[in-house]
Design a protein around this ligand. Sequence first.
Ligand code: DGI
Ligand code: FE
Ligand code: FE
Length: 192
Amino acid sequence: MYTTYSIEEIKENLKLCLSYERYIHSIGTMEKAMELAERFNLDITKAQVAGLLHDCAKCLTNEELEKYKESFEECEKLSYKTWHAPVGEIIAQRDYGVTDKEILSSIRWHTIGRIDMTDFEKIIFIADKIEQRTRETDFREKIEKALNKRNNLDDAMLKSFKITIKSLLKRKLPICFQTIEVYNDLLEKTLK
Ligand code: DGI
Ligand code: FE
Ligand code: FE
């Protein structure tokens, strides 16, 4: 309904081009996205499509991703690990026939985040971080705990950014300032 293809056809295609680990991660994100959609009263079918496709651009090499650099935010240009998000939006639309704005934007912002994300965008972002098939237990459990304490999506988003920013600092990798802006915004919102 939300794509030109059936879920099974999308799975087959992703299986062919993603690494095995990345494919299993996509399945895990799809499952977790559906679970969170049900829990937060959002569209489960949309969550299934967005979760499954969120990393679809990981089928491309960095050289191939770079060809789409006009779609990158300025701050993303420094960090090749963020490129699959803007390109994912393009591929979901062009190759999988996705027209739903919210599915597309949830793919677009699943890595660096965005201020004032919708609940749907947040559940895809969080599902990606807490899926149970490939995510490291310690990372996943910290975010899950933050989510469950007040049943609050922003708490989970904040925790996720905290861990990611820490890890980028540790690895001496550049941090997109949009990520910092989102972090500051969530900090203020979750204090209330
Ligand atoms: O694609 P995944 O590995 O499933 O997860 P993701 O899309 O959230 O990618 C996260 C990677 O991107 C992670 O290794 C951190 C890295 N990254 C690099 N620069 C930034 C960044 N993540 C954020 N949020 N902000 C950055 O500036
Ligand atoms: Fe990703
Ligand atoms: Fe992912």
